[in-house]
Design a binder for this molecule. Structure first.
Ligand code: PGA
Length: 259
């Protein structure tokens, strides 16, 4: 199963995951990062900034999980813009090495395969950062997504559009469709790091970690991965049945293991 790390607050989670990413880049200067958008990964990016100062990140590559379909890439809420603003610029990464799925309607039926080919050519993703939606989605893989799915177009649920309306003027401005790495794509990454903060994520986290492995809760796919780490605050951990054991296991973790 996944390793569950319960921390006091999001900033502690950000520091833990940032340390792991720094270790990865030290070992492999052309590491391939799987980047997530949304509020959840922000503490990781914030913690990375001072840690990467003075390090050579010129060869670090990255692939975003998803993108809206039909939103101008220059729109401030396109994931291309979000990744540029929140990750590429503050961390000093080379924009040419950071990809987001192409959400332009022109040729959209081919963009999933093209994205998969780029990930393959990069040698696969070393560490994939994940948030989880209140409906259990990872990436934009909504309930019912196949565990074998690769990057493709999906229809967002009403719940996801409501959750993301805060980034737009109104829910009507939230695109209906997205292009997202599939659960199969995500499961190919060598290390999954799923973060979740706040009571609103408690059900999704409990389902993903302890519930049955089911397409109805796409986050439960992490149970199939040999190296998945779940980092949550107390509120997001509040519905985990075995929280005491996870704390005990983490407190007694052999020092050589890393995350
Ligand atoms: P959030 O979104 O980080 O903004 O809560 C998570 C997600 O939808 O995957």
């Amino acid at each position: 199963m996944a390793e569950i790390v319960i921390v006091r607050e999001a900033a502690v989670a950000g520091a833990l995951v940032a340390d792991e990413i720094v270790r990865l880049i030290r070992d492999k200067p052309d590491a391939v990062l799987g980047l997530a958008t949304g509020s959840t990964p922000l503490p990781v990016y914030e913690a990375l900034r001072p840690r990467l100062e003075g390090m050579d990140v010129s060869r670090v590559r990255g692939f975003a999980l998803d993108e809206y379909v039909g939103l101008d890439p220059a729109h401030p809420e396109s994931y291309r813009s979000v990744i540029t603003r929140e990750v590429v610029e503050p961390l000093g990464l080379d924009p040419a090495l950071i990809r987001t799925p192409d959400g332009s309607p022109e040729g959209i039926e081919r963009h999933g395969e093209e994205y998969e080919a780029s990930i393959r050519e990069a040698g696969g993703i070393d560490l994939q950062i994940l948030g989880i939606g209140t409906d259990g989605h990872i990436g934009f893989n909504e309930p019912g997504s196949s565990f074998a799915s690769l990057t493709r177009v999906k229809t967002l649920t009403e719940q996801t559009r409501r959750d993301n309306a805060r980034f737009f003027d109104s829910i009507d401005d939230v695109p209906m469709h997205c292009i997202t790495q599939g659960l199969g794509t995500i499961l190919r990454a060598r290390h999954l790091v799923l973060l979740a903060f706040g009571a609103g994520k408690a059900d999704a986290v409990a389902g993903a970690v302890e519930g049955p492995v089911t397409a109805s809760l796409p986050g439960s796919a992490i149970q199939l991965h040999p190296h998945a780490t779940v980092v949550v605050d107390e509120a997001a951990a509040s519905k985990l049945a075995h929280a005491d054991y996870y704390r005990y296991a983490y407190d007694n973790k052999p020092a050589w293991q890393g995350l």
